[in-house]
Design a protein around this ligand. Structure first.
Ligand code: FO1
Length: 331
């Protein structure tokens, strides 16, 4: 290998985050022919949201971690959007018959194997970070996954009907109950999991995936120490807009943004993150060609605005986007 691999940290949620990370892995493979998965795993660190995590039917679920794990491993059910390919649901049907779990939340049999293994290790005293490392050893992922924290700080959604776990608000009510706010109880006492601050400090590039800014990236930034780590990082921090042409690409980020008073516009999300020079997060922001008219607004924040194609419908497009983000960060 002629050039050394850059050390890249990505802050990410599940589905959008995993496509972006697959793109990044592909981009580094293209630039560094012959690079091994182990070398890629040493170069790419993904700090993953754990606000979506929950206890259900006696097991611990980590949906965003598992999205990344399964998608990087190539065993995900990409059509459905969660869980394993070639899945069956016999255990879920039995749990339903016993009235255990949530009837609107399906736990596939193969997926339950992951949850049981994880819960077993947690009960033996392993930290969530250690558990994620053990799960990651099964497949050559070409990236290192780190939960944002080892603390249980599941996202709660405040609504007029009361507080709901994020998963109930999303999978049962499909975000139809107007959120009044999002909380991660206990997060003020949480610490970043082992390796997070070290990876940020040693990074050549920090990339914010086009994940939900409120319930995916938001909880990561709320873990005490993460913002300070990013502020003092020697690497540039480059964000990719999750908003294209005034609409979110997938999920319920628009509902979440509205709830916290942020418009669903690329420049408004950049303003929400803020310029690193002004105590915020970003050195640069990638906007879609559809939103090129908002570049001046982003630049006025003190953030370098870069217009690029942002659609990542498949891995080659995600690879081009990740390469663009990397070039902005390293250039
Ligand atoms: N999403 C659903 O819409 N319905 C489900 O039944 C469901 C089950 C499920 C089980 C394990 C898991 O890791 C994720 C699961 N998801 C399900 C996806 C998940 O609730 C969310 O889409 C993400 O957390 C949002 O990013």
């Amino acid at each position: 290998m002629s050039r050394p691999l850059p050390r890249v940290v990505v802050l990410a949620g599940g589905v959008g985050g995993s496509l972006f990370v697959r793109g990044l892995r592909e981009a580094l493979r293209e630039r560094h022919p012959g690079v091994s998965d182990a070398e890629l795993a040493a170069a790419i660190t993904v700090v993953v949201n754990t606000g979506d995590d929950l206890w259900l039917a006696g097991v611990r679920l980590m949906p965003d971690i598992d999205s990344l794990l399964y998608r990087l491993a190539g065993v995900a059910d990409e059509e459905r959007g969660w869980g394993r390919r070639e899945e069956s649901e016999r255990v879920s049907a039995e749990l339903g018959a016993w009235g255990v779990g949530w009837p609107w939340f399906t736990l596939g049999d193969l997926d339950l194997g992951t949850h049981l293994a994880r819960t077993s290790w947690l009960r033996d005293g392993a930290s969530p970070g250690e558990v994620v490392a053990r799960l990651s050893r099964r497949w050559p992922l070409g990236a290192t996954l780190l939960p944002m924290t080892d603390a249980e700080v599941d996202t709660q959604v405040r609504t007029a009907e009361g507080d709901l776990h994020f998963q109930e608000w999303w999978t049962r009510h499909r975000a139809s109950l107007a959120p009044l706010g999002f909380d991660n109880p206990g997060i003020e006492d949480a610490r970043p999991s082992a390796g997070v601050l070290e990876a940020i400090g040693a990074a050549d590039a920090v990339l914010i995936a086009p994940s939900n800014p409120v319930v995916s990236i938001g909880p990561i930034l709320r873990v005490p120490g993460v913002r300070a780590g990013l502020a003092s990082a020697s690497a540039r921090v480059v964000g990719v807009s999750p908003v294209i042409g005034g609409a979110v690409v997938r999920g319920m980020a628009d509902v979440c943004l509205t709830a916290i008073g942020v418009e669903t516009r690329a420049a408004a999300v950049a303003a929400h993150y803020g310029a690193r020079d002004a105590g915020g997060l970003l050195d640069a922001w990638l906007l879609a060609e559809e939103d090129a008219g908002e570049s001046a607004e982003v630049a006025a924040l003190g953030v370098r605005a870069e217009v690029r194609p942002l659609w990542m419908r498949e891995v080659p497009l995600a690879a081009r986007l990740a390469a663009d983000a990397l070039d902005v960060a390293l250039g």
